[in-house]
Design a protein around this ligand. Structure first.
Ligand SMILES: Cc1cc2nc3c(=O)[nH]c(=O)nc-3n(C[C@H](O)[C@H](O)[C@H](O)COP(=O)(O)OP(=O)(O)OC[C@H]3O[C@@H](n4cnc5c(N)ncnc54)[C@H](O)[C@@H]3O)c2cc1C
Length: 343
């Protein structure tokens, strides 16, 4: 049988795409045994689904494409969509400004389960290759082959291989002549050089900081860890860091104060608490990174996420070279990019 549309990936973007396709023969394939593996664990199982302060400035990647997509489906449209389908996220900006969390991430998964009832779902099927013959895509998995007129690649990035991540999206893209902006772990903690080994002594301590990386300033919590540093402000900073120095200001607000343990080390090491420069050694890698930056070059996609090189081939979600800061921006992109194409 030939499907109208095959979607690779039953994660955030693939589920949204499947739920919008009405009156078509649709097939959704995922290597996991359950749908929405990352949705389930996200935001401490409460899924930080979007942000009140959605702005293209919160993303790395083509501002033109982001603008065009968000004009058609933004945070308000997403919240309306969720409310209409029985999910009611609430503003809960305790950790990051403007964040919306659900009661439980299971609410989102259950919503999609209901919405994709008419879709043929093949879980525990690992896509290994795609070829195209005449006007047909042939999708080869470890168990069987599928044929379709249109193909939607919603297979995400390389982060969290334990939740099904693979490089299949990049492999398919390259097969059809696409360029890939080098993928790298993002929203991830930094490892440090020996000059910062004192971070280890403060392991577990969370402090307010302003992090400056390139021309970006990010305020929030930083967590000292055994291997370096993490916490919301550091995770967002990792999106913009490639190499070189990062500046930490441990007194970001007028009423900021230094916790005792930090004050002691700062005095001992004669550090300027408002201007501490350090160069990370690297990061904690794909097993810990919430997202993957880089991906399918957006100059080879049109405004509807369709390939300019191969008709009827779409790339949506994290596999595309667009990545957001911490705070619900990545689900927003996954859902918006899934919603706008007219598959
Ligand atoms: C621990 C964690 C917490 C997070 N929390 C948040 C949060 O609170 N808010 C937020 O905005 N973002 C969060 N993110 C990021 C967010 O989950 C992703 O950006 C988003 O899920 C991307 O959606 P996607 O559909 O592109 O990819 P995914 O949701 O990753 O879906 C891709 C799917 O493709 C499948 N797949 C991959 N390769 C194959 C293959 N070869 N064959 C078959 N199937 C395949 C995978 O199994 C997966 O189910 C979090 C990420 C992690 C890891």
């Amino acid at each position: 049988m030939k499907y109208d549309v095959v979607i690779i990936g039953a994660g955030a973007s693939g589920l949204m795409a499947a739920s919008t396709l009405k009156n078509k023969k649709v097939c959704l394939i995922d290597s996991n045994k359950q749908i929405g593996a990352k949705i389930k664990v996200s935001g401490g199982a409460k899924c930080n689904i979007t942000n009140k302060y959605l702005s293209v400035d919160k993303y790395l990647g083509s501002k033109e494409l982001l603008k065009s997509v968000f004009q058609r489906f933004d945070n308000k449209t997403l919240l309306d969509f969720l409310n209409k389908n029985g999910v009611y996220p609430k503003l809960d900006p305790k950790i990051v400004k403007g964040t919306y969390f659900c009661n439980s991430s299971n609410d989102v998964i259950k919503m999609f389960q209901k919405m994709i009832k008419g879709v043929d779902l093949f879980l525990d099927h690992q896509v290994q290759d795609v070829i195209s013959k005449d006007d047909t895509f042939i999708i080869k998995t470890d168990k069987k082959e599928f044929c379709s007129t249109k193909l939607v690649v919603a297979s995400g990035g390389l982060s969290y291989p334990s939740l099904g991540a693979s490089d299949i999206g990049y492999t398919i893209a390259q097969k059809f002549g696409h360029s890939i902006k080098k993928p790298a772990p993002a929203l991830v903690g930094f490892t440090v050089q020996k000059e910062q080994f004192w971070f280890k002594e403060l392991s577990g301590l969370s402090v307010d900081v302003k992090v400056t990386v390139n021309d970006k300033e990010i305020e929030g919590k930083m967590l000292f860890t055994h291997k370096g540093c993490s916490g919301p402000a550091i995770l967002s900073a990792s999106l913009y860091w490639t190499k070189g120095n990062i500046k930490l200001n441990f007194l970001p607000k007028k009423d900021s104060y230094l916790p005792k343990r930090l004050k002691k080390i700062i005095n001992e090491q004669k550090i300027d608490p408002k201007n501490y420069l350090f160069s990370p050694a690297g990061n904690f890698g794909y097993t810990k990174a919430e997202v993957t930056k880089g991906g399918i070059d957006t100059s080879e996609l049109d405004d509807n996420l369709e390939s300019k090189l191969k008709k009827n081939l779409y790339f949506i979600g994290e596999v595309v070279d667009i990545t957001g800061e911490l705070g619900g921006y990545n689900f927003q992109w996954a859902f918006s990019s899934a919603k706008v194409p007219n598959y």
